[in-house]
Design a protein around this ligand. Structure first.
Ligand code: PTJ
Length: 260
């Protein structure tokens, strides 16, 4: 069963009973992120795109996404060097949740921005630090993703550069494809099952980041005693095309009220 997200940064006067509580809370976090220089203005547009798909998915973690989140947790646990990539939207929406996932899986956290400025990088690093992150990577940028000519190509050689498994939430398609070409297993969180990032992922997670990350952490904790054989079998049983098709089916055929 999917777990509810922890909501520790409630917006102004937002009663939890409000039917659109989660959606309004998410908007509030993005707005606050833009105001504090963490999230880019383009992040507002990305948020709107995501919301439209979330609405179509019923604003809940559908069973295929729940399965993908368990599989992603297994990938992170068996990785030699897992890294969680963070951009301005991720930092605003789920900073504490990312830190908890890193702790549960032994992953590094690396900031990677499309609209990269030194100031934003530092603000995001400070913000993650306030949520308990240590040793956040991304600032040295001594490595490159081959085949990309924008700021997202900049990576740390001891971070994403040497990672075998990378979580890339709210990614753009170019970089997702380039990281896949580097041979990394990519866990992509994206509400749009038709996006290039989701399509090129080893594990596409078609869910809202604010639900997906806490659920992955819960699964990582459940699986903390699992041996390599069990983790391998969880990973091997997953079919990315099936997961994408299931999400698309759900969008095209929402359950009727009587089935919910
Ligand atoms: O902080 P920066 O400078 O690195 O910029 C980050 C953004 C997000 C602005 C940049 O990567 C961008 O423009 O992204 P796109 O191309 O708009 O893609 C964002 C994808 O994330 C879209 O497919 C959305 O459907 C999806 N998305 C948006 N909000 C969420 C989401 N997926 C999961 N959870 C969300 N809350």
């Amino acid at each position: 069963m999917p777990r509810s997200p922890t909501v520790d940064m409630a917006g102004p006067e937002l009663p939890e009973s409000h039917p659109r509580y989660e959606s309004l809370l998410t908007r509030h976090r993005i707005e606050a992120g833009v105001e504090s220089g963490i999230t880019s203005k383009q992040g507002l547009i990305a948020q709107g795109r995501g919301e439209a798909f979330d609405y179509l998915l019923g604003e809940e973690t559908v069973p295929s996404a729940d399965e993908a989140e368990r599989v992603a947790a297994a990938h992170l646990l068996r990785a030699e060097h897992p890294v969680l990539s963070v951009n301005g939207n991720v930092a605003a929406l789920a900073p504490g949740e990312i830190v908890e996932l890193a702790e549960a899986t032994g992953a590094d956290i690396e900031i990677n921005l499309f609209n990269r400025t030194r100031k934003r990088m530092e603000r995001i690093a400070d913000h993650l630090g306030e949520h308990g992150a240590e040793g956040v990577k991304g600032l040295s940028a001594d490595g490159r993703v081959p085949g990309l000519n924008h700021e997202r190509a900049k990576i740390d050689s001891d971070g994403i550069g040497s990672a075998d498994v990378v979580l890339v939430p709210l990614e753009d398609g170019d970089r997702a494809e380039a990281l896949a070409a580097m041979g990394k297993a990519e866990l992509v969180i994206d509400l749009n099952p038709m996006s290039r990032s989701a399509q090129s992922a080893t594990v596409p997670i078609i869910d809202n980041i604010i639900r997906a990350v806490p659920n992955m952490t819960a699964y990582a904790n459940d699986l903390s005693d699992a041996d390599r054989k069990e983790l391998d079998s969880i990973v091997d049983s997953f079919d990315a095309d099936d997961a994408l098709a299931a999400a698309e089916r759900r969008i095209r055929n929402p359950p009727s009220d009587s089935e919910v």
